[in-house]
Design a protein around this ligand. Structure first.
Ligand code: ARG
Length: 594
């Protein structure tokens, strides 16, 4: 039962009858929840148009309304207020309870979407800069799936760039891979720790040591040409890294359909370059192969404003590079070719990228190039969801005390410790991975409460609190209900009871839960439109808060009237299910106990 739609249709009929334009029809949740659930403010606009007073218009609309789900009231000077009847709210919640999806609708026009997020780099350690992409991406993927879209998730590893050549050159100099070049010699064991040492070393040298840099560049090209033994060393490094990346992503509840990388599209690069060449889109620039993507008037250097700001000299829309001077592929090459590969393999309606917003221009240029070449056509949406920086409580990018970038593994430890501290304060000894579950919820909720494009402050203390708008509060609300249900004598038969329409809404606290449930369901659709989970976080918090109010004011298990008690308990069951549905989109769990 779609209450809002019933009201909307009744309003539409009334409007048509009165000769009002449906374009002026608005219907939203009331901003005075004690007086009304929904409100229609159309009378103000219509009054102006038709030269009448809002009061006359509103009352005319009301007297032509035919519906029986709500009590309708006029409120000065021209509001139409709807208060849904208890009976209808009860029916609505009972319907939800008997449905696997809790009555949640699906999108009318569904799409096939390839989602690109995660984006860890092979050989480089995962750090805080890699936290938001899997967190936001995973939730957007789950949200789209829930609402009926077909979603293919691809982590798109960074595995084709200079870092690979740099690491191999360094490993070679430090004697790790001698056996690959000379069979009479031995290799030393390479672990993730080795890579964590060797890559930063190499990375530092590349700006100081010209010869080393050139060697690394050649090695990168050898890998891209699959030349032995470089190719074997490359695959070894890739395997070691990917194992660790997977383990870390899994701790964050992130799973991917595809563990492809930049390298996956490599075999298609020649084909793609040829498409550009055949369309006469390529140019040579200092030996490199480029494609101009600037539109008229765009390709002018920005005027110098601040001579110390290097950005100011940059061309706002530089060309994309298909090939470097030495023939190697670059970031542009692999991203453009990956669009080609995804279209070949999946023909999605949409490709969505969840990447640091500082990469926006790279994607804009790649998208333009793909369109110019016809690799992507206008009816395919190429969508960039850029995210902002994670700051510390001082408002500056979150760093370690010594000013270094924080490793992703250290973040996971930090959030786990934060949760562990709270558990101890509450007298709970952690049994296994509860602290991790809470920590992950704390961090995710803290992040996802913000629109992705915003920077946010990573405040573990605040995020881990069991009170206020936090992940642990949502979990705590669910855990409370779990314990309530287990103490009731209904525990074993809940699923059957869900089919029996036992909820009977009878007071204001319960009404508030019901309305917040409707808001929660609407929030999924706001989120999918906005590519942001922030509306869901807010709705989930309001929903949980309205439950807490009910829980504090109502004696549930000790209620003598059996029918009332069952109604209360089934309301609790619905709240738990709805919280779980929300949490599963935000990709954290609701523990049994907390
Ligand atoms: N590996 C990249 C980085 O660390 C992110 C990858 C984003 N996805 C893409 N298709 N380029 O910056």
């Amino acid at each position: 039962m779609d209450i809002k739609n019933i009201l909307k249709q009744a309003l539409e009929e009334s409007f048509l009858h009165l000769g009002y334009s449906l374009e002026d029809l608005t219907l939203s949740f009331s901003n005075k929840p004690t007086e009304a659930d929904y409100q229609c403010n159309s009378a103000f606009v219509l009054a102006k148009k038709h030269g009448q007073s809002p009061e006359v218009v509103a009352n005319a609309i009301i007297s032509n309304l035919k519906q029986d789900v709500a009590e309708v009231n006029f409120a000065r000077p021209g509001f139409i207020n709807f208060k849904i009847t208890n009976k209808v709210l009860s029916q609505c919640l009972n319907n939800a309870l008997s449905d696997e999806r809790l009555g949640l609708k699906k999108l009318e026009n569904t799409e096939k979407i390839v989602m690109d997020y995660g984006g860890a780099n092979v050989a480089k350690e995962l750090h805080i800069g890699h936290l938001r992409s899997p967190v936001i991406g995973e939730s957007l993927a789950r949200l789209n799936k829930l609402l009926g879209n077909t979603v293919i998730t691809d982590t798109h590893l960074g595995d084709w760039g200079l870092q690979m050549g740099l690491t191999i050159a360094q490993l070679q100099e430090d004697g790790y891979i001698d056996g690959y070049f000379d069979q009479t010699k031995q290799n030393k064991q390479i672990t993730l720790d080795t890579l964590n040492e060797e890559y930063p070393k190499a990375s530092k040298r590349k700006s100081e040591d010209e010869v080393f840099r050139e060697k690394a560049e050649s090695y990168t090209k050898y890998i891209q040409d699959k030349l032995e033994p470089y190719w074997s060393v490359y695959n070894k490094i890739r395997d070691i890294s990917v194992q660790r990346i997977k383990a870390n992503y899994e701790k964050l509840n992130c799973y991917f359909d595809l563990w492809y990388g930049e390298s996956t599209a490599a075999d298609l690069v020649d084909e793609v370059v040829k498409i550009f060449e055949d369309k006469k889109l390529t140019k040579k620039y200092e030996g490199a192969t480029i494609v101009e993507v600037a539109k008229e008037g765009e390709n002018i250097p920005i005027e110098k404003k601040n001579p110390n700001d290097p950005q100011m000299y940059k061309n706002p829309m530089p060309p994309v590079y298909l090939k470097k001077r030495n023939g190697a592929d670059v970031y542009d090459t692999t991203d453009i070719t990956t669009i080609y590969q995804r279209n070949k393999d999946f023909s999605p309606n949409r490709i969505m990228y969840v990447v640091d917003k500082r990469q926006e221009s790279h994607f804009e240029r790649c998208f333009r190039a793909a369109r110019l070449a016809g690799i992507s056509t206008e009816n395919q949406k190429l969508e960039f969801v850029g995210f902002g920086t994670i700051n510390g409580t001082d408002g500056k990018p979150f760093k370690t005390r010594s000013g270094d970038t924080i490793k992703l593994e250290d973040i996971i430890s930090l959030i786990t410790e934060g949760a562990d501290k709270k558990l101890k304060e509450n007298g709970i000894k952690d049994s296994g991975d509860l602290a991790l579950k809470i920590g992950v919820a704390a961090m995710k909720f803290g992040d996802l409460s913000n629109a992705p494009s915003k920077d946010y402050i990573f405040d573990i203390e605040k995020f881990s609190s069991f009170e206020g708008k936090t992940g642990p509060y949502i979990q705590y609300t669910g855990a409370r209900i779990n314990s309530l249900i287990s103490k009731s004598n209904l525990a074993g038969s809940i699923e059957n009871l869900c089919q029996l329409n036992l909820i009977d809404i009878s007071d204001q606290d319960q009404r508030l839960i019901a309305i917040n449930f409707l808001k929660l369901q609407e929030s999924y659709f706001a989120c999918v439109k906005e590519n942001s989970l922030s509306s869901l976080c807010t709705a989930l918090f309001d929903f949980a808060s309205s439950f807490s109010k009910f829980y504090n004011n109502t004696r549930i298990l000790t209620e003598k009237d059996e029918q009332k008690k069952n109604s209360y308990l089934m309301l609790c069951v619905l709240v738990l299910k709805a919280i779980k549905q929300g949490a599963s989109v935000l990709a954290f769990e609701i523990p049994e106990k907390m």
